[in-house]
Design a protein. Sequence first.
Length: 125
Amino acid sequence: MSFVVVYDANVLYPSTLRDLLIPSLTLPDPHDRHVLAAAIRARAQVIVTDNLKDFPAASLRQWDVDPKNADDFVCDQIRLDAKVVWSCVQQIAHSWRTPPGTIGDVLTSLERCGLVQAVAELRAL
């Protein structure tokens, strides 16, 4: 099953979090309306944002869009297919050249990005 996701810019930096998210979206604050507009236009089911207060679920329900923070979104992906997420983590580690990265380095970086539960689930695999 595939679904459309829109990422709020606040989950696209630092690059480790962005690298993991990309391989696999009352009204919001006026400065965030473009994110909702993109989600509606793309028929996204999810907006991934770490700014949930500006994307209240009750306000998004009329467009069938769910807001999720990055940690919850990645946890969902782990539950859908942990092997794919683990493979992404491995690819990120292998892409780090200067200095070379390990899977532990990637997990530590993701944890610093706020993926506390997702990293705990990945470490338990």
